[in-house]
Every structure is written in structure tokens, then in C-alpha cells.
Design a protein around this ligand. Structure first.
Ligand code: CA
Length: 729
């Protein structure tokens, strides 16, 4: 992030910046005459209802907006439309009509396509089809020093990057102070290339410790096309988006407290006292609970219809404290706790009191003890903040229930009608139409102050950061999180702020909001399909290139890199290992080792959802079997040893915890990439079922683990990721 003055300078420069017209006339730093930023394209979507079709609302939801809702406008001709800015590439989307998903975008309009301009379709994972639009590569160069993706301080160096169209440039250099620093093609995909240079923090030429002026020199494949940028960029030397130093070198472990470990049977019954059941007056017993009341289950009890949310198992803070040694042994340095505050469910996302530890999990003293024990073992702990909605038992909501418009909390919510029945989604706005999760008005300064106070309180108490639930759904979200960051970082500059954003979206990590995001886009979208064999090496490479070009290296380095969580299926199940209680297939274990080795070898902190390291199976289906408690008397010991080894290797080889990654090669089954500023580590993976030949780069390479030293052409075993250390240059 740069300061306001700097932003203005850059804006002016971008508006006048054009390359000398040697390349094709459509090339250049476009953007000045367009509504969209230089790297994006304006695209209009239109829904044309049938003659007698009654339409009250249409919105656009797709891969470009995290499947969020962008309302389309009713036009005089009766159609609904919206114009948006999207990046070149393939985009999946649906029109959300009258508040409902059309199952199949190819046929849901009376047998016809819902969008006449769709260019193709892809399975949506729910038995229907998403529509596809494809935007061709844009012939422009992009460098926005205001965006960490193009300029950031990372690993103590200044990283400068330039995005070019694919396959146009033979070389790119950074020119500064009369010196020419060659840039390297670091990442490439169908729609672009990222060229990179990093400068030392100090030095005789190209100093980055102070202000620096620079421009780019580019050479196309035709020798005649040497071009310079006419104007000069300025970096004032004052980079303000500092890395949280303990994240990138860390290993993260996610704990779902009710299902991790029961340390104190004495508090087990308290879950039922605060359950939502006590507050929800809308749904009848039969409808909501299937005739069942919330209940306490033995640790190895059967999965019931209430398993996801109201079948309690008794896990608690004392149980976590008991397992600190286990976590430490696993190489864990950061624990992410699902909500631990007073709530109405086993998952805790329906908060009743943000300032109080849920009695079923223990007392404030238990929490203090757990944090102290963790800190003593070198483990930091982050909590889960849920600012978008509360539970029914939250005192301000209950005050509204009781006093209606006279309540001092009336403006904390969006009440549609009064009186209403608590739990009735028609009575007030709520999360995804779930009446037990009333939506907070986070544009209200009182609500903001309350929630910021909550964050401050728990950081003061001893937490080291927080993960934020559904930030994209929060009212006035970007302003809310910008204000929150200012407050948090003022008192706790080292606190880690990570947002639950599933897709690729750099807008949250520009330095003014989150440090990083939950990177499902890396683990679940790029690495999982590769590891389960459904994506080729080339496809995976493109996804990795898109991912690492979207985020600054500092942001990627602080990545919360996960494949599975309480919101997904078990990783082993997604890898074909079977469902809950099945016998695990051996090949799935090999696939998990391949996947986890890649995840632990990428920039960013790898995240393990509790029990994945022990070979637990389970689907995210109706009963959420993936949330079943860890049975501590059984584990896949081979897998457990593998996870320990991965953490040790990350500790031993500094290139693996650096932020720098350089793609190397990809083909059908193989991918390979370098790690570290000096490319000291090479990772080569094979997702095929037979071994594959690979040509090592020049020099001698040592296999991490076996210590074997290799050179020239080698064989990579099936379903294996191999990490090599460079022996010489
Ligand atoms: Ca307990």
C-alpha cells in the first residue's frame, strides 16, 4: 500500500502511459478511456424473459465475483442487464432469477439457454450446468505500483512485476538510475505472462530502501520491436503493507472445538443450555429438528440428522490444551480455532455473546491456560470472527424481539416486519435465508464499534489474529474491513487478519484490509484436481500462474493455504479414498501425500483440517460426516509420519518458506517449479499412474529425504512429488 499522494501520481501516470507505437496499435497501457482497469474487459450480460414470464429480480453470479450477487437492471425493453469488468480468461456464471438458481443454464429457459450469448457450459457440481463466456487475451501491459501484485516488499526485497500479453516478449528489463535489470518470465498462462525482478533492500544501484524511479524496456520476438515506456514510475520507498513475519514460515492446523478432544466431561451438558432450540420459535420441532431435540452424544456415537449442528460431542478448550504436545510434534505453529464464543450450535457461527467463551468449551481461565500453553510451545492461535450475522440468542437481537422499534438495537438489524417470530426468515434479513442467522447492519457505526471492540478485546486477551467469516457478504464490506485493519494494526501490528474468500480476488489484499485470504483457490481449485488425476500438468500450471499473478508475493507468502475445512469434504474422500467408515484405498493415500507435499512446498502456510493428517474420511453431505470427532485410538501412522516430515522439511530448507516461486515445466502428468529467490529448491510432481521422465536443470540435485544426488534425465515415480535441493551452480 502506498500513501494518498503516491496514488494520485500513479493514477496520472497510468492515464498518460502509452508505449511508443512500435507494437501493434492495440497494445499499450490501456485504460484511460475505459471504465475498466487496464487488465480488464467490459462485458455485458443480458437476460431476456419470455413473454408471459414474471420476473421480479435477476442477478449475475459467477467465478468473477465469488458467486456473489450482482443485481441486474430492468431495461425499458423488459430485459435485465448488467455491464461488468472481467479479466481475460474463461468465466463460469449463472443468472439468479427471482432469488433462485436455474439448475441448468443450457436448458432452464423453457428448454432454451438462459443466456443466449453463452459460449459453452460446464458441470456445476450440483447436477446442473454453469454457462461459460471466454474473453480473449488483451493486448496490453499492466503495471500498477499501487497493487502488491505488481510492486511489493517481500522477504526483505522489493519485487516489481509487469504483466504482458502471452508469447509476445523475448525479454523485459527494468531501467532505473541508468541501470538495466533483466526481468524474468516467472508465470505464464493462456491469457498473460508475469515478468519479475526483485531488488535488494540496499545496494549501489537500484536502491529500494529509498525512493526509486523506473521504467520498462521490452523486446519482442521481432528484433525491431524494442520499446520503452515513455513515462517513469515512482516508488517513494515507503512500503506500508508489512508482512506478518510468523505466518509464512508457519504450519497451520484447524480445530473444530466440539469435535477435537474432550478434556472436561464436566462441561458436556452445558451445550444444551445455550442451544438455538431455546430461542427458535418459528420452526416446529418436526420441521426443524426432524422430531429430535439437540442432544449430547458419546464421542464415538453414530452420526444423526443433527450431526452438523446440534449433536454435541463434548470437545473443549481443556482438550485442546491436552493436545498441544501432539500439535507441536506435528510441526504446527499456528492454530485456527472455529468459533469458541457463546453460541447456539456445535459449529458456533450463530454467536450469542462475542465477549464470552462458550460454557460448553470451558471458562475464560481455560482459554487463558490453553493460549499460554500454546504460546509456550511456539504455537500462535487465531480465533474466528463472525461479523455478518449473529445467533438468535444475541442480547441485542433479543432486545429487538422484545421491544421492537423502541429497542436501542433496532438499527443493528434489517427488520422487515414487527412483531416477527424469532427464526422466521421473513421477519428480518438473514444469512442465505436461514432464519436462525439474522444479518447485522455493519454500516451502522454502533455495530462497527462493537465488533471492532470484540476483535481488540480478544487480541488483548492473547490471541494472535483472526479469521473472518464471509467477509464478502458483510454490508459495506471493503470500508468495514479497512477500518477494522487500521484499528487492529495500530494496537497489534503483528496480528494476522485472514478473510474467508474462496475465489481469486486481489481486491481484499491491497494492504488496506486483509493480510491474506483462505486460499481454496490454490489448494482446492488448483492442487486437488491435479492430485486426484482430473487435471493435467498444463491445466494445473495455468491455475498456479493465475493464482500467483493475482496476489502480491507478500500476500501469497502469508497465504492461508488449505484444501479442506469444516466447510468441505474430507481431503481423502475428495481424493477417492471412500466415505465415512470405508476402508481407505491405498492409492488415495498416495494422492494425499502428493497433494500435501505440493501444498507444503508452496509459498504460504499450509493448513491441515483436524484429522486429515490421520487419514480420516467423510463427505460434506446432508449430515456433514467430515465433522465427525477425531477418534484418537486410531490413525494412519504412515500418513501421520509423512505430515511430520513435511513440517520438518519446511523448517530445514529456507527456500520452502520464502515467498518466491518460479514455474519451470509442465506436461501431461508432470509439473515442476523452483522455490526461493535463488531457485535453491526444485519441486517435481507426477500425477500419473506410471513413472515419468524428467530432465533436471543443469547441475547436481539432491533428493530431500533420501539424500540421493542426481543429474540429467531422471524418473519421477507415479503419484509422487519430489523435492530437490541444488548442490552447485
Ligand atoms: Ca467437555
Amino acid at each position: 500500500m502506498v500513501d494518498g499522494n503516491m496514488k494520485r501520481v500513479i493514477a496520472v501516470m497510468l492515464s498518460v502511459m502509452l508505449f511508443t507505437g512500435i507494437l501493434t496499435t492495440t497494445m499499450g497501457f490501456a485504460g484511460s478511456a475505459q471504465k475498466c482497469s487496464p487488465d480488464k474487459v467490459e462485458l455485458t450480460f443480458r437476460y431476456v424473459p419470455d413473454e408471459n414470464e414474471k420476473v421480479t429480480s435477476v442477478s449475475l453470479r459467477g467465478s468473477f465475483n465469488n458467486w456473489d450477487e450482482w443485481p441486474m437492471d430492468l431495461q425499458p425493453d423488459g430485459s435485465w442487464s448488467i455491464t461488468v469488468c472481467v479479466e481475460p480468461g474463461e468465466h463460469l456464471y449463472k443468472f439468479f432469477i427471482n432469488g433462485e438458481w436455474p439448475g441448468n443454464m443450457a436448458t432452464a429457459h423453457n428448454g432454451n439457454p438462459v443466456d443466449r450469448e453463452a459460449e459453452g457450459y460446464a458441470d456445476d457440481g450440483f447436477g446442473g450446468k454453469n454457462a461459460i463466456r471466454i474473453i480473449a487475451p488483451k493486448m496490453c501491459f499492466v503495471h500498477n505500483p499501487d497493487d502488491p501484485a505488481y510492486l511489493c516488499e517481500s522477504d526483505g526485497r522489493l519485487v516489481i512485476r509487469l504483466k504482458t500479453p502471452p508469447n509476445q516478449m523475448i525479454s523485459v528489463s527494468l531501467i532505473s538510475n541508468g541501470e538495466n535489470a533483466p526481468m524474468e518470465k516467472q508465470l505464464w498462462w493462456d491469457f498473460g505472462e508475469m515478468w519479475r525482478v526483485s531488488l535488494p533492500s540496499s545496494g549501489p544501484s537500484l536502491p529500494s530502501s529509498g525512493p526509486i524511479e523506473y521504467k520498462f524496456e521490452l523486446k519482442g520476438f521481432d528484433d525491431q520491436t524494442i520499446t520503452f515506456s515513455e513515462d517513469t514510475f515512482i516508488f517513494d520507498g515507503n512500503y506500508q503493507f508489512e508482512e506478518v513475519p510468523w505466518v509464512g514460515e508457519g504450519v497451520i492446523y484447524q480445530i473444530f472445538p466440539d469435535r477435537f478432544c474432550n478434556g472436561d466431561p464436566g462441561n458436556d451438558g452445558l451445550a444444551l443450555d445455550t442451544d438455538e432450540y431455546n430461542y427458535n420459535e418459528f420452526w416446529t420441532d418436526e420441521v426443524l429438528w426432524g422430531g429430535k431435540e439437540p442432544f449430547f452424544s458419546p464421542w464415538d456415537g453414530s452420526i444423526s440428522s443433527l450431526h452438523c449442528c446440534h449433536q454435541y460431542f463434548g470437545g473443549d478448550l481443556e482438550g485442546i490444551t491436552e493436545k498441544i504436545d501432539y500439535l507441536s510434534d506435528l510441526g504446527v505453529t499456528i492454530v485456527y480455532l472455529n468459533p469458541i464464543f457463546d453460541s447456539g450450535s456445535a459449529h458456533g457461527y450463530d454467536t450469542h455473546d462475542y465477549m464470552k467463551v462458550s460454557p460448553k468449551f470451558g471458562t475464560e481461565e481455560d482459554l487463558k491456560l490453553m493460549l499460554d500453553e500454546a504460546h509456550d510451545s511456539g504455537i500462535r492461535v487465531i480465533f474466528d470472527l463472525v461479523p455478518n450475522h449473529t445467533g438468535l440468542g444475541f442480547q441485542p437481537f433479543q432486545n429487538v424481539v422484545e421491544n421492537g422499534q423502541k429497542s436501542e438495537y433496532w438499527e443493528w438489524y434489517f427488520i422487515n416486519e414487527y412483531p416477527f417470530t424469532p427464526g422466521d426468515p421473513d421477519g428480518y434479513e438473514c444469512w442465505w435465508g436461514v432464519g436462525s442467522l439474522p444479518k447485522l447492519n455493519t454500516a451502522n457505526p454502533e455495530v462497527k464499534n462493537y465488533l471492532f471492540g470484540v476483535v481488540d478485546h480478544w487480541l488483548e486477551f492473547g490471541f494472535d489474529g483472526c479469521r473472518v467469516d464471509v467477509p464478502n457478504e458483510v454490508v459495506d464490506a471493503h470500508n468495514f474491513f479497512a477500518e477494522m485493519r487500521d484499528i487492529v494494526k495500530e494496537g497489534h501490528p503483528d496480528a494476522y487478519l485472514v478473510g474467508e474468500i474462496w475465489g481469486l480476488d486481489g481486491s481484499w489484499v491491497q494492504g488496506d484490509q486483509f493480510d491474506s485470504l483462505m486460499n481454496y483457490a490454490l489448494g482446492k481449485e488448483a492442487l486437488l484436481p491435479y492430485a486426484n488425476g482430473s487435471a493435467s500438468g498444463e491445466e494445473t500450471f495455468k491455475k498456479l500462474a493465475k493464482y500467483f499473478s493475482t496476489y502480491g508475493e507478500n500476500v501469497a507468502g502469508m497465504g492461508f493455504s488449505l484444501v479442506s475445512s469444516h466447510d468441505t469434504g474430507r481431503i481423502l474422500t475428495d481424493l477417492g479414498g471412500g466415505n465415512f467408515n470405508d476402508r481407505i484405498s491405498k492409492i488415495a493415500i498416495m494422492r494425499l501425500k502428493l497433494l500435501s507435499t505440493l501444498l507444503y512446498s508452496m509459498p504460504g502456510a499450509p493448513v491441515t483440517f483436524q484429522g486429515d493428517e490421520r487419514g480420516i474420511l467423510g463427505e460434506k453431505e446432508h449430515y456433514d460426516a467430515h465433522r465427525y470427532p477425531i477418534q484418537w485410538n486410531s490413525a494412519n501412522k504412515d500418513l501421520l509420519a509423512h505430515y511430520k516430515k513435511l513440517a520438518e522439511t519446511r523448517q530445514e530448507i529456507s527456500a520452502l518458506t520464502s515467498n518466491a516461486i518460479f514455474l519451470y515445466t509442465a506436461n501431461d502428468n508432470l509439473i515442476s517449479f523452483f522455490r526461493g529467490e535463488e531457485k535453491d529448491v526444485l519441486v517435481v510432481a507426477n500425477n500419473g499412474l506410471s513413472s515419468a521422465e524428467f530432465d533436471l536443470p543443469d547441475g547436481l540435485w539432491k533428493v530431500v529425504g533420501s539424500g540421493e544426488v542426481l543429474e540429467n534425465t531422471i524418473k519421477i515415480p507415479p503419484l509422487r512429488a519430489v523435492v530437490f535441493e541444488r548442490m552447485n551452480r
